[in-house]
Design a protein around this ligand. Structure first.
Ligand code: SF4
Length: 465
């Protein structure tokens, strides 16, 4: 259920424009298309012949920027960011892009993901005299880049800095004459490159390219930095260690259905996962319904395979404001009530297969099941189009402790009872790999096998011994 009231949130989305007129306006459009990746804050930095201007604020893209303000942001290069706060908290100082003033020139950067060694790096830098403006770990890269300020060669500084970072990141960096895009050596977070006119576009997802009319060129490789300059586009592989560990949740839930990640369309992935779920966990029922929006593709796949009619049993109220977009449990739950309504004439008296893309805390699913039963559903069979989430994520997704994960705390029977459903089944991990046609993914939250060293991240996870 990928929307502003859902259980799971990703940290951020990033966007960049190099050498295209009206860069700020295009970045606004790009950020709008990436809004699902973060709703708490957003910002744009624009470069007009070496003069940087920045606008940022808390709230949605449409709330923070006005046409007249964008008009004032001149220049043909820009970067932008949408934020959901996990590390660092929801304060204006943490809204990106960050803009830095340095004797070697101003530069701005924006980041998506989460570093697992941020505490270690922060301590190292503070001991060397760095003073941080924010609690966001994104600022760490800037300090690392400038620790050898004598060096004239910026790409060397960036490469040295990137090699010190461990974890998930996609960075865009804007200098007075260049745009850099960087992806971590595991490729956790997506980042794609597009071409428009004589310039380039960088976006967390391909939907950001589509909205500005850019043509997709390729995904950044894990461990790659791409530099866009007047000489065109130049690629550097900053690390020999290179693994393809795209976050499986990007396919399952985060990314927009129309986005393609490393060659696979998200709607297609979800539809196939629904089909596989139907093969693995069939049930006798009258209708299949999905939780809007991101579960609808999987529900279609389940219906296709099972030959049980697909129905629209839940509708979404699109016009709820952002008063309730807060990272607190109670407000999230209230948001669900405002956001979804059952269609009584569809669900009443029916045995329903309810498809949801993931089960995290379980509170959202519980309320939806109650809604359906109050509307007259005879039976609800819950089918989850992903495996059980048994472990926290340290790579930028807001599930950081074991005790907030229903599957880590309860047996299948206990969950079924707690959710008040007639049956409960999950997609198998093999089913997930099959839907993606690859095993090279991060599936740590399903398997407890982390691709990286987790440093001290495990300390505060409330792991039961
Ligand atoms: S642990 Fe789960 S949510 Fe986190 S990056 Fe890996 S697959 Fe994605």
């Amino acid at each position: 259920m990928q929307d502003i009231f859902d259980q799971l949130h990703e940290e951020c989305g990033v966007f960049g424009i190099y050498n295209i007129n009206h860069a700020a306006n295009l970045t606004y459009l790009g950020l709008h298309s990436l809004q699902h990746r973060g709703q708490e804050g957003c910002g744009i930095v624009c470069n007009d012949h070496g003069e940087m201007s920045r606008m940022k604020g808390q709230g949605l893209v449409t709330e923070v920027f006005s046409a007249s303000q964008l008009e004032k942001m001149k220049g043909n290069c820009a970067i932008g960011h949408v934020r959901y706060s996990t590390t660092g908290g929801n304060v204006i100082e943490n809204v990106q892009p960050f803009l830095f003033h340095h004797h070697t020139g101003e530069f701005a950067l924006a980041h998506n993901g989460n570093l697992v060694n941020s505490n270690e790096l922060r301590l190292y830098l503070e001991n060397k005299g760095s003073i941080f403006q924010s609690t966001s770990d994104s600022e760490i890269l800037a300090h690392l880049m400038k620790k050898n300020a004598d060096s004239e060669n910026r790409i060397v500084n960036i490469i040295d800095a990137l090699n010190m970072l461990e974890g998930a990141f996609a960075f865009v960096i804007l200098t007075k004459d260049k745009l850099y895009a960087c992806r971590d050596k595991y490729g956790f977070r997506p980042l794609v490159i597009g071409k428009k006119d004589d310039g380039y576009v960088v976006s967390s997802e391909t939907c950001g390219l589509d909205i500005v009319g850019a043509t997709y060129i390729r995904d950044l490789e894990p461990g790659e930095v791409v530099c866009f300059s007047q000489d065109g586009m130049k690629s550097y592989q900053y690390s020999q260690f290179k693994h393809y560990k795209m976050c499986a949740m990007e396919y399952i839930y985060f990314s927009r259905p129309d986005s393609n990640l490393e060659g696979l369309n998200c709607h297609t992935f979800r539809r196939i996962s629904g089909k596989i779920l139907a093969q693995e966990s069939p049930v006798d029922a009258d209708i299949v319904i999905g939780v809007p929006d991101s579960s609808l593709s999987a529900a279609m796949g389940y219906a296709d395979e099972s030959k049980i009619p697909y129905e629209m049993g839940l509708i979404k109220n699109k016009y709820v404001g952002r008063t309730f977009i807060q990272p607190s449990q109670e407000l999230r739950e209230r948001g669900v009530l405002m956001k979804l309504s059952p269609i009584q004439s569809v669900v009443s008296g029916k045995r329903i297969v309810l498809i949801d893309d993931s089960l995290v805390r379980g509170t959202t699913s519980k309320r939806i099941v109650r809604m359906l039963k109050e509307a007259g559903a005879k039976e609800v069979h819950l089918r989850i189009a992903s495996p059980q989430i048994i472990s926290p994520c340290f790579y930028g997704v807001d599930m950081s402790t074991y005790d907030e994960l229903m599957s880590a705390c309860m047996s299948l029977d206990e969950m079924q009872k707690e959710l008040d459903v007639e049956s409960l089944k999950f997609l198998s991990i093999e089913g997930l790999y099959k839907a993606a046609s690859r095993k090279e993914l991060c599936t740590a939250c399903f398997t407890n096998v982390y691709p990286t060293n987790t440093y001290n991240s495990m300390k505060n996870t409330n792991k039961k011994s």
